[in-house]
Ligand binder design. Structure first.
Ligand code: GLC
Length: 740
């Protein structure tokens, strides 16, 4: 009954039932024709409703009044089936009963927290990454959320920038694959299901290239670099049907992204014909004033809307100014109508006009949020995120003869930290610590000893003695080190990315005992720990593995699960090497020679050019060989495809997964090309002794780049093909020539 009632209100000219069956664009047109200018502007406003469901407050009353009178299009940070139902009811009291969109930062889980996105990226497993987004969407949608501000698809090459934790790492190709997987995970195949939410490709664009790795800073780059490195993951998200985009805090070549019509209108809505809408980042319209790009909030509102920012998140710029700007002829009402149309389109596609309460079911919320399958999924994805960086002397899997195991370090019993940043419903009661995971996994014969040793931060060494004593009483040590959860994420740039505090000193004190030491590193970014890297027996990069982290780590440490993660971002030896992404390495006119001679070469006098751990690197408990490279033809015409085939063999004694990677180098081109660019990869499970023939297809598109005229071209000439286990572990090479 409600649907017909609403349909009746929206188009009084047609028979009731027919209205609901009208094409969406017609229904939007009908609604737009009824809307006043104030009501149109109302749809462009988004506010944070943290206080909305709390005790009475002035802000709460103002917000509720604005909602009731059709001055709000969306709320963020209102969550829960009951709360969203209540607030939606307020919105439906407005003259045209237009429902609200409820949004939230569901970045790597709602209630069940998955590894941080950078950790998920280390799985190189698109099914796993899609699963994580799907479970997050299921839970969020059950809690009344329509729209998540994810995936973040910013290419993140600079580990000083704290938000690398939210993305897919430094590579464009991997980032594009992951962008697609996450959009499909959050949205499903079609919007409207109550087990899916709208996704949001953010932050458009090039936010990850902030100068000096300092958050919110300016970005300066060639348009060739923008198109080649930073835009493709956004295009992949758009091609996957992402419902919305979010712009970014940075400027691009002097123009704030929020006021950047080249980005939002020329590229996104023009060249790409993107049908969704763009939401500003939090307050980014208002921030064009301190940027020195807008004179005041009114000027900022005019510049933002004109440049294609459809919805104003928390600047309150459109609310107070757009109506007057239109009435004064400063903003064309057609631009307002276009923005409103884009927003209403999503509300229709979600089915909110037919049933505004469809996502706000307390019964479904209870059932979905307590589904044990969600935790099983989180454990599965967490296992895949772990990267084995070192394993000397067969330190891992833990040896059965080790009857006493010392679990030492500031993160051994940590819980909240394991969830990492951006967790709206972090519930520490749901988190399994490393200590608990091992305690539950290892049999009664293995005695666990514990010492904290030191804090993550601070210079107190008071706990060293007890930690050393504990190590001496054990057969081996598992040492947990890293950052705290809030040392990466938004506004968490670090000028020094060494392990904080005295953690490496603690390692050295433990190393002196002569016991085998397995180090678990936690953090939201690459960290520098050269002493540990040189002297530990084994090292696992755990990122922030989420609520099931303790179990996932126990699965790997015990050998129940053979780690297969690969680094999605380079780990430098020194901050001074940054930028050090693998695809920012060029031959130069003076390359370091094979012999390592660096005299008058492009090199440092105090550090090698090579990173501590390379992009694509990660070990396994087994070994893989690559052999029998076959290239189907030495030359290809622009319309042809070359098959690159090779045999991958598991030569070890346990089953394992390998991510075989294909890199290309355009040897001579009109724009100098990076020494390596990832162009494809395959993740394969092989039993001990098993071999498999793998094929990569090379087409002209994989050989193309943006030239000086910004044309996407593949130039005739020779290309080096490289197949390997990491960007610095190439096993097979060949040459293919592109013909004119
Ligand atoms: C933040 C972030 C953005 C987030 C938004 C809403 O400042 O930059 O990623 O989605 O505000 O919380």
């Amino acid at each position: 009954m409600r649907n017909i009632f609403l349909a009746f209100l929206l188009a009084p000219t047609l028979p009731l039932v027919a209205q609901a069956q009208q094409p969406v664009e017609q229904r939007i047109t009908n609604l737009l024709q009824q809307m006043t200018l104030e009501e149109k502007v109302g749809q462009l406003n988004q506010y944070s409703g943290r206080e909305l469901t709390g005790p009475a407050s002035a802000r709460k009353n103002d917000q509720l009044n604005a909602i009731r009178t059709g001055q709000v299009g969306s709320m963020l940070n209102v969550k829960g089936a009951q709360s969203t139902r209540e607030i939606q009811a307020e919105a439906l009291k407005s003259r045209l009963h237009i429902p609200l969109l409820f949004s939230l930062d569901v970045i790597h889980g709602y209630k069940t927290v998955f590894p941080i996105p950078l950790g998920e990226a280390a799985s190189w497993d698109m099914d796993a990454i899609r699963l994580g987004a799907h479970v997050a969407a299921k839970e969020a949608a059950a809690a009344g959320i329509h729209w998540t501000f994810a995936p973040m698809v910013d290419v993140g090459r600079d580990p000083r920038w704290g938000r690398v934790m939210e993305g897919a790492g430094e590579d464009t190709y991997l980032g594009a694959q992951i962008a697609r997987a996450r959009v499909l995970g959050f949205q499903g195949e079609k919007l409207g299901g109550t087990d899916a939410v709208m996704a949001c490709a953010k932050h458009f664009a090039a936010y990850g290239a902030a100068i000096a790795g300092r958050d919110y800073n300016a970005v300066d780059m060639s348009l060739q670099q923008l198109w080649e490195t930073y835009l493709p993951p956004f295009r992949a998200a758009a091609d996957a049907g992402v419902a919305t985009f979010m712009n970014s805090f940075n400027t691009l070549n002097g123009v704030p992204a929020t006021g950047n019509s080249y980005l939002q209108r020329d590229i996104l809505k023009g060249k790409w014909q993107y049908p969704g809408f763009v939401v500003s980042d939090w307050g980014s319209i208002r921030e064009m004033v301190p940027w020195g790009y807008a004179l005041d909030l009114r000027d900022a509102a005019q510049k933002a809307l004109t440049a294609g920012s459809d919805m104003d998140m928390e600047s309150d710029a459109y609310h107070g100014n757009l109506t007057k700007l239109v009435q004064a002829g400063k903003v064309d009402v057609a631009l307002v109508d276009e923005a409103v149309r884009r927003i209403l389109r999503k509300k229709f596609e979600l089915g909110l006009f037919n049933d505004p309460y469809k996502f706000s079911s307390t019964g479904r919320e209870k059932q979905v949020l307590n589904d044990p399958q969600n935790r099983q999924a989180a454990r599965q994805v967490a296992r895949k995120s772990l990267v084995l960086l070192k394993n000397d002397n067969q330190a891992l899997p833990l040896r059965r003869e080790w009857g006493k195991l010392a679990i030492i370090g500031p993160l051994a019993k940590a819980k909240r930290d394991l969830d990492g940043s951006w967790v709206p419903e972090a519930d520490t009661t749901l988190i399994t610590s490393v200590y608990e995971g091992l305690d539950q996994r290892l049999d009664a014969k293995t005695q666990l000893l514990y010492a904290k040793g030191c804090e993550v931060l601070g210079d107190s060494r008071a706990g060293f003695a007890q930690a050393v004593e504990t190590a001496k009483n054990a057969d081996a040590v598992v040492l947990t080190v890293g950052e705290t959860w809030d040392m990466s994420g938004e506004a968490k740039s670090r000028a020094d990315i060494h392990l904080p505090g005295v953690q490496e000193e603690l390692f050295q004190a433990l190393k002196a005992t002569g016991k085998p030491i397995i180090v678990l590193v936690f953090g939201g970014r690459p960290l520098i720990f050269n002493t540990i890297a040189d002297q530990a027996d084994a090292i696992l990069m755990a990122w922030w593995p989420g609520a099931e982290g303790g179990h996932a780590l126990a699965d790997v440490l015990s050998g129940d699960y053979n780690p297969a993660g690969k680094l999605p971002i380079t780990f430098p030896r020194a901050v001074g090497q940054i930028p050090i992404a693998y695809n920012q390495q060029y031959s130069t006119g003076r390359p370091v020679t094979k012999s390592g001679d660096t005299k008058y070469r492009s090199a440092y006098i105090d550090t090698p050019n090579t990173p501590r751990y390379a992009f694509g690197y990660g070990l396994s408990y087994t070994k893989f060989t690559y052999s029998d490279l076959q290239i189907s033809r030495p030359q290809l015409a622009p319309t042809e495809t070359v098959q690159v085939q090779f045999t991958l063999t598991n030569t070890g004694s346990v089953a394992g997964e390998e991510v075989a990677q294909l890199y290309l180098h355009d040897i001579v081109a009109s724009t100098v090309r990076p020494l390596k660019e990832l162009k494809d990869f395959q993740k394969v499970l092989l039993k001990p002794g098993e071999s498999k023939t793998l094929t990569f297809n090379i087409t002209k598109d994989k050989l193309a780049f943006y030239n000086q005229q910004l044309a996407w071209v593949a130039e005739p000439g020779e290309f080096q093909l490289m197949v390997g286990s990491a960007s610095d572990d190439i096993r097979l090479t060949g040459i293919v020539e592109l013909l004119p």
